[in-house]
Each structure stands twice: as structure tokens, then as C-alpha cells.
Design a protein around this ligand. Sequence first.
Ligand code: UTP
Length: 295
Amino acid sequence: MKIRRAVIPVAGKGTRFLPATKEVPKEMIPIINLPMIHYVVEEAILSGIEQVVFITSSGKNAIEDYFDRKFELEDFLIKNGKLKELELVQQIGKMVEVTSIRQKEQLGLGHAVLCAKDIVGNEPFAVILGDEIVRGPNPVTKQLIDVSTKNNNANVIGVMEIDPQETYKYGIVKGNFTDAQKKTMRMTTMVEKPKPADAPSNLATPGRYVFRPEIFDALKVIPKGVGGEYQLTDAINLLAKEGEVYAHIFEGARFDTGNIEGYLNATIEFALMNKDSEEMMRRLIKEKVQKYNIR
Ligand code: UTP
């Protein structure tokens, strides 16, 4: 079945980016000249998604506004002959159909996804975290959709290999590989942020999923979990008990732009990958290496 919708939770408080996030949604902080959320929505579109459902909270209107038309700005750009900028701004306003739902209390990622139940209805859908960017030739959500299609429209979660010392930052999965290449596994359990000694593997979930609508039934019955929040991990575990979840090691470079180090890493790398800024970034890095005697 075609996956038409992507749910993108953006209701979190973004405390790691305070004080910027006191007024600006974390997802609107730019990497070069595009806000983080632009890269994420682009991935959704390249994966065949037709409608994006943002799960928002108060103070996050800028995210919806960004994907809307802005006629005064368009008029200004026309009057001032800034046609290249006009085209850019108009394209963003037409990128994708956007809907948003308020998560009135930030009760966790599981609760945020549950807020999309009525709008998603009885169809499979993707979930993409708004502060994680994955770049590569094949969009990661598309990779998961393909695995789901191959496996009778199963639930699929994207996983990546991490340093075993960093398991406490992620949901970590356990399962049995179903293919010779050892890329896709039938998942048996997932543990939220285990200590390295308790982790069942080094395969971590950075925030890309394809779900069947049954995930909502699981989300409705889970109790509060780690951190006193409703955890998506707990609902995934319920589905995994019935053998309904696959984990797929995706291809692509992942950037956790929800924290300062990941954000700086993405800024430097995206600038080096972009033909308009590559030259500039190389020069700046060379200057800094000399000035601060970096070895
Ligand atoms: P994070 O754990 O990164 O939380 O949430 P956060 O609030 O965004 O950032 P910090 O940790 O305070 O700095 C992971 C994703 O889940 C969303 C967030 O917006 C983020 O995209 N989320 C989290 C919700 O939408 N609602 C919630 O109740 C919790």
C-alpha cells in the first residue's frame, strides 16, 4: 500500500538549544540558509510522501508558516526584481501539503505520534524526527518504505551502527537477520537508552520509522516509560512481540542536529558539500587551523 503521509513530531521544548529555542523552534534553526526542517521535509518528498503532518506545540507556528506562501514577501521581491529569491520562496510554499496538530502537553514521543491518529486513519504512515537529518543518494524513508513493501507492508524502523559506548543515547534493537547481506532483521526487542553493559546490540534508532496503523492501538495502552514519558519504543516492543517489526540498517550519513555538536558537524559538512559554500568553508577552516594552531 502506498505510504502517503509522514508524521513529523516537532513539539519538543528543545532545551539543548536554549536560549535560542525560547522564541525560535529548534527545527527552524538554519544550517547554512535552510532551516533544519527543510532538509527533513525534502527527504519526505523524495520518499514519495504527499502530506506532512506536523505535531506541534505553542510557539511553533513558524514551522507551518515556512511551508506556506508569503504574499507580502513575494510582492516585495517582484517589485525589487529579486526573481531568483522569488522562485526559491515560491517553491517552498508549494513543496508539499502540510497539516498540523497540537500536542497540548509534551508527554513524550509516543504521545506525540498518537496525536496523529485521527488524521492518519487506517493507513500505513512514516514517522520522521524533525531534528535528525540523514543524507545520502537514496532517501532513508524511501529505503524503509521499500523494506516494508517487500515484507507485506510490515512495520520497519531505521537503524544504524553506533559506537557501543554510546548506547545510552538511543533506542537499541535486538533481532534476527532475514537476509544474506545482514541489513534487515526481524526485531524481537528494543531497549530505550540502555547502559553499554545492558545493550542488546549496537544498532540504534535515530528517528525514522514506517508504521502500520496498529501502532496507535499499542500507543494507547502503554504506560509512561523512561523519563516519565510515553515512549514510542514501548509501543514498538508490543508490536515486536507479535513478530510484526523489522529493523533495517539504512544507508546514509546521519546528523543529530538536536544538539550543539551534531549541529556544528552538520553545518561544516553541508557547507563543504554545497558548491556555493564549499570554497568559503575550506578557506575559513584553513584560517582557523592556523589562527588557533589546531593539530
Ligand atoms: P527530544 O528528546 O530531542 O526532545 O525529542 P526535544 O524537546 O526536542 O529537545 P531537548 O532534548 O529538550 O533538547 C525527540 C523528538 O520528539 C519530539 C521533539 O520535537 C523531537 O523532534 N517530541 C518529543 C515531541 O514532539 N513531543 C514530545 O512530547 C517529546
